[in-house]
Design a protein around this ligand. Structure first.
Ligand SMILES: [Zn+2]
Length: 432
């Protein structure tokens, strides 16, 4: 058996097509595809009714290893990624130890290669220990085997304007990007949820939209000043969208991501006091959600990124104020995007490929992923059934953690198969 013959797949939702995955590449040439069928030396995957998309790329995943292997490991996190249709993830730097040296990023990168479920691109910390005091060894991480191009103190904001400016200047040398977690710390002291009438009523400390927007505005100006690339993590407010829209209109090199949970869920859920809905940045209002959907549709927001943030039960099963921030999201991302963007007619499947594969690969400078499914392209493919609906069961997650906010909710779609360089990582909806 020398490959996989996928029959009747609708590439980007188009007409049913047969495609061959052979030697790690996509083959569409009808005569070669036909011959492979006759030779009988390929495994046939009937993809009638399924959509074929390029393997998804996540710019924002927390894999927790090293240090918190009780929450997730590189292996289990990449298995969850494969189950969600991802063939590459960027692993955030807030591990223990922090990924702020060539040694740590190479360790994470190597664990990804050994696991084999998807490619792992470590994100390097901007500052030593995420402490916001002095720059980490950005150049050494860029030159390492992991070839780091994305740098972020995610979980913390690089709030010192001088350090942020220096980081933006430094990464220009190797075409890197600084991905900012925009949170003005003085405005969010002990913040627990979106600041508004509801936070007052619930007695939970409020997290004002301006705490995010002020940092984004400053960083856009800094990026323009030094002529560098800025990426804004997990945009959550309508005001942030307006700032990014203006920055792009000015021709500045600014990109942005939105998380599936900010497209679907609102701060009303905090009224349950269930910390499963506690996330950073917090769930916002319905008006914010609507603005985020519109911005993703018109391209103001470039990508969907999961911010998959696994936590063990004891860190979430406690009172709201004591619980950890974050929710898992790799396995459900495509379903949430279908629910919020595709089914309402805001995005086509071709645009989903742009927002969840091409653009994140471009921003992360990952050449082997995010390629259109054309003749000779790397055989990173996801087969997705958009016709089914199912109730999310947290116990079915392959992540080590179970903190999904969608448990018990009905969502559309199902990843049927994922191929990494022509080898299945998921087949028939199960890990291969
Ligand atoms: Zn963050």
């Amino acid at each position: 058996m020398t490959g996989y013959l996928i029959t009747g797949a609708a590439i980007l939702g188009g007409d049913p097509t047969d495609l061959l995955l052979q030697d790690g590449r996509v083959v569409l040439d009808p005569s070669v595809v036909e011959r492979s069928r006759d030779d009988g030396d390929v495994e046939v995957v009937d993809a009638t009714g399924l959509i074929a998309l390029p393997g998804l790329v996540d710019l924002h995943t927390h894999l927790r290893e090293p240090g918190r292997e009780d929450a997730e490991t590189v292996l289990t996190g990449t298995q969850a990624a494969a189950m969600g249709g991802f063939t590459a993830v960027h692993a955030m730097a807030n591990t223990e130890p922090v990924a702020d040296t060539a040694g740590v990023v190479e360790q994470v990168w190597r664990l990804g290669r050994e696991g084999g479920y998807c490619d792992v691109y470590p994100v390097g910390a901007v500052t030593v220990g995420l402490a916001g005091q002095r720059l980490a060894e950005l150049g050494a991480m860029a030159d390492s085997a992991a070839r780091v191009r994305v740098f972020s103190d995610d979980g913390h904001c690089v709030d010192d304007a001088v350090l942020m400016r220096r980081a933006l200047e430094y990464v220009k040398a190797f075409d890197g990007v600084v991905a900012q977690h925009a949170q003005e710390p003085r405005l969010t002291g002990n913040a627990q949820m979106n600041e508004g009438e509801l936070s007052g009523r619930l007695g939970l400390a409020g997290w004002p939209a301006v705490a995010e927007e002020a940092v984004i505005a400053r960083d856009c100006l800094l990026a323009a000043h030094v002529g560098s690339r800025l990426h804004v993590c997990h945009v959550s407010t309508a005001g942030s969208v307006e700032i990014i829209r203006q920055a792009k209109a000015s021709g500045w090199n600014v990109t942005a991501e939105v998380c599936p949970h900010h497209l679907l869920l609102t701060d009303e859920l905090a009224a349950t006091y269930d910390p499963i809905y506690k996330v950073n940045p917090p769930l916002r209002t319905a008006a914010d959600t609507e603005a985020l959907r519109a911005a993703l549709a018109d391209g103001t927001i470039d990508v969907v990124a999961t911010d998959h943030a696994p936590h063990p039960l004891e860190d979430k099963d406690c009172e709201w104020a004591a619980a950890a921030f974050g929710m898992i999201g790799l396995e459900t991302a495509l379903s949430v995007v279908q629910e919020t963007m595709v089914d309402p007619g805001l995005l086509t499947w071709a645009e989903v490929a742009e927002r969840m594969s091409y653009a994140p690969a471009r921003i992360g400078r990952v050449g082997d992923h995010g390629q259109p499914l054309e003749e000779g392209a790397p055989a990173n493919v996801v087969l997705y059934d958009p016709s089914v609906r199912r109730v999310v069961d947290a116990r079915e997650s392959v992540s080590l953690s179970r903190n999904t906010p969608y448990a018990g909710m009905e969502l559309p779609g199902r990843v049927v198969a994922t191929f990494l360089r022509g080898t299945p990582t998921v087949l028939d909806g199960k890990l291969a």
